[in-house]
Design a protein around this ligand. Structure first.
Ligand code: NAP
Length: 280
């Protein structure tokens, strides 16, 4: 670690976001409205169950209602869409989160697209994604929005910088690439078929790791002075970057845990409150 490496504290950013919600939740409460997030978990994947539990607990601590719907792992696409339609119609539910990934037999795109745009608090619908691409989404995907929120909190300049994003999933790599582009970064998006990955990452003033592979990004891939944002979350609280080595070159870096994760959850709560405000 260089003496000047800034550790980007996700807990601090998350706390700031959550504090800003307290008054808004109280004002909704005066109108008899309690923001409500419905989370759907299909199957029994232990990490997904943990994520859903963490989100439910975070809601509870802030006075947001959370409804958890557990569906068996053999649920069909039609059955899942039926549940989503019921939640769309329920005026007490303001946000709907379908935990990704769903079992293979389900058409995940069809299920995501069944979520009403007004309740799409994680920006997973085709329309929500497109609105984000055009830079006018009400609810951009939470992890990409969290990455941008961390940059804003710490005044990390994006405009004119070369951002290298590793990963192009529809919920993370692609939307964060578009958000960085909308903020006038020059963006390189890398994926599993990218050749010369290390050389491309070495060009990045900002590096976003969204790969899903523990300690994937190596320390000597990081240009001295680059900002490293690790969206990864793997078993054992390990990110997608080799933190101990990347920190030696980075000027600023997110740890795992306590980096992007808590800000993602705070962003989800914020979107749920905003959805409730819009309905009110
Ligand atoms: P995903 O859907 O599995 O996507 C992974 C991406 O990484 C794909 O685009 C894939 O390329 C690319 N990739 C895989 N191997 C690669 C390689 N060898 N070289 C370059 N690129 C490679 O995963 P995801 O849902 O985006 O999640 C990514 C990470 O973020 C995971 O660690 C996940 O746990 C974490 N995550 C964290 C949060 C949070 O709140 N912190 C939220 C969501 C996800 P192809 O497209 O070519 O397959």
């Amino acid at each position: 670690m260089t003496a000047t490496t800034l550790i980007l504290d996700g807990n601090q950013v998350a706390t700031r976001i959550k504090e800003s919600l307290i008054g808004r939740i109280n004002r909704l409460s005066e109108k008899g409205i309690v923001p409500c997030l419905a989370t759907i978990l299909v199957g029994d994947d232990p990490s997904s169950a943990t994520y859903v539990r963490m989100k439910g607990n975070a809601c509870k601590r802030l006075g947001i209602q959370s409804i958890r719907i557990d569906l068996p792992k053999n649920t069909s696409t039609d059955e899942l869409i039926e549940v989503i339609n019921q939640l769309n119609a329920d005026t007490n539910v303001h946000g709907i989160l379908l935990q990704h990934p769903v079992p293979n037999q389900i058409n995940e795109r069809a299920a995501f697209d069944a979520i009403s745009i007004n309740k799409d608090v994680d920006g997973v619908t085709t329309l929500g994604f497109a609105q984000n691409a055009f830079d006018f989404a009400n609810f951009p995907s939470c992890t990409p929005a969290a990455i941008i929120a961390i940059c804003e909190y710490y005044n990390i300049p994006i405009e004119g910088k070369h951002a290298v994003v590793i990963g192009r999933s529809p919920i993370l790599g692609k939307p964060v690439s578009l958000m960085l582009l909308n903020k006038n970064a020059t963006v390189t998006v890398c994926h599993s078929k990218t050749t010369n990955l290390a050389d491309l990452v070495r060009l990045g003033d900002i590096v976003v790791a969204a790969v899903g592979k523990p300690k994937f990004v190596q320390g000597d891939w990081i240009k001295p002075g680059a900002v490293v944002l690790d969206a990864g979350y793997n078993e054992g609280n390990i990110g997608d970057i080799d933190y101990d080595h990347c920190i030696k070159n980075a000027s600023a870096i997110t740890p795992v845990p306590a980096g992007v994760g808590p800000v993602t959850i705070a962003t989800l709560l914020k979107h749920t409150v905003e959805a409730a405000e819009k309905l009110a």
